[in-house]
Write a protein that binds this ligand. Structure first.
Ligand code: KE4
Length: 426
């Protein structure tokens, strides 16, 4: 375990990795800090290479619903490792994980594994374009569907955090095929469809907007998307890479009772190893090669180690549904944080949806990315640094959701609320 100092590691990282990281959100730029380097994780905690312990609410940006190094995951991956890491031929584990996902999220009739959420959404959109013969897609500002070209338009997560308007390198001709409206604005969706509904292959949406903090759908919003897409012969894609096995065991579709035509998954289904997936209606999925003509492939798709981790994590979730308890804990955390912020005279609002939660430093309500952006990101950055110094690790961005795992105890939550109170006292 490397115990090199943060300074020397950071200096070396900046020389060989763009921005010193392999994913922009990890750079802590948005909170005016420098990242720590992790030595190990266990349960709800991370330790950095200088021995400091953090209560972790990032949890690898969502995958670790059971916390770090859960024994079931560790033993499953270790056992597989002895048998080899990748074969390039089918294994029982990928069939088992597909069956388990379908059992827990029956809106999915057939699934294809890939290596990231980005690959999942890219493939789902290619399939929707093939199935409808249309090229346009509609997304929502603040939603982040990975870094595929068609999605880097008014995206959330790191794109919003770093204040990047979009991304250079995305062909204008392609970006022009992506229509964008504000989350929760059904009238705006209706307007776009009235104008060019017959061009739209699909609407893609995060059913709970997690890449701008944590913004639930307003009543009727998801039903409205289902009604409008049906009416115009477009497909509805729920990007549940974050909400799947996070907002309820059956995902947002179980929680809100709205069925999408295609669903993308990632994060939790890989147990911390690289896994993404797209799936849904059988008649659509049977168009995917080699069953059908829509090409999609991947050297390490469904790889044995990742399948072992994903199966182990989902097996634990299938045994006992932890989400009602996780939601109660997340509610308690958010309420405690709001009380501390109120006491410090900072206007704030927030919510918890299953084991996802978010706080905004502004008066509520926050129903869209535009309203989220009105929050005080400067104050958030100061608060984030103060909490980090007290051993609490929140997502280093005002536009990211927080998470909770089954490993977080009431003491951890009380300790977190106390640390926030002290940081605010400064
Ligand atoms: P990946 O390609 O990063 O595995 O998944 C992309 C993606 C797709 N859809 C949703 C709803 C997502 O939240 C994500 C990835 N989320 C971000 C954080 N909010 C990943 C963190 C990062 O970029 O490092």
């Amino acid at each position: 375990m490397s115990m090199a100092s943060t300074d020397s590691l950071w200096e070396r990282a900046l020389r060989v990795l763009p921005g010193g990281v392999n994913s922009p959100v990890r750079s802590f730029r948005a909170v005016g800090a420098r990242p720590f380097f992790v030595a190990r994780g266990q349960g709800a905690y991370l330790w950095d290479t200088e021995g400091r312990r953090y209560i972790d609410y990032v949890l690898s940006w969502g995958p670790l619903v059971l916390g770090h190094a859960h024994p079931a995951v560790v033993s499953a991956v270790a056992a597989q490792l002895e048998r080899g890491t990748s074969y390039g031929a089918p294994t029982a584990a990928e069939v088992e994980l597909a069956e388990r996902i379908i059992e827990l999220m029956p809106v999915i009739e057939m699934v294809r594994f890939v290596n990231s959420g980005t690959e999942a959404t890219m493939s789902a959109v290619r399939l929707a374009r093939a199935a409808t013969g249309r090229d346009r897609i509609l997304k929502f500002s603040g939603c982040y569907h990975g870094h595929g070209d068609s999605f880097l338009v008014a995206a959330g997560s790191g794109v919003a955090t770093l204040g990047l308007p979009n991304s250079p390198g995305v062909p204008g001709a392609l970006a022009a095929l992506t229509s964008v409206v504000a989350f929760n604005d059904l009238d705006a969706v209706e307007d776009v469809f009235r104008g060019r509904g017959d061009e739209i292959a699909a609407v893609i949406v995060e059913p709970v907007l997690g890449n701008a903090g944590c913004i639930p759908p307003q009543p009727g919003f998801l039903d409205g998307l289902r009604r409008i897409t049906h009416a115009y012969g477009s497909l509805l894609i729920f990007d549940e890479v974050m909400t799947g096995f996070r907002v309820a065991r059956g995902g947002a579709q179980a929680r809100y009772g709205v069925t999408a035509d295609l669903t993308t998954l990632g994060k939790v289904i890989g147990g911390g190893l690289p896994v993404g997936a797209f799936g849904g209606r059988r008649d659509l999925m049977e168009r995917v090669a080699p069953a059908g003509p829509v090409y999609q492939a991947g050297t390490l798709s469904g790889n044995p180690l990742a399948m072992a981790a994903g199966n182990a994590q989902l097996r634990v979730l299938a045994e006992r549904d932890p989400f009602p308890e996780l939601e109660r804990r997340a509610q308690r955390l958010v309420s405690g944080l709001l009380v501390a912020l109120e006491r410090a005279g900072l206007p704030a609002t927030g919510c918890a949806v299953g084991s996802m939660w978010g706080i905004y430093l502004r008066r509520g309500p926050v129903r869209s990315f535009e309203e989220a952006r009105e929050s005080d990101t400067e104050a958030f950055a100061r608060l984030h640094r103060g909490c980090l110094a007290r051993g609490v690790f929140f997502a280093p961005s005002a536009f990211e959701a927080g998470f909770l795992s089954t490993a977080h105890t009431d003491q951890d939550i009380d300790g977190t609320i106390e640390a926030v109170g002290k940081a605010l006292g400064e």
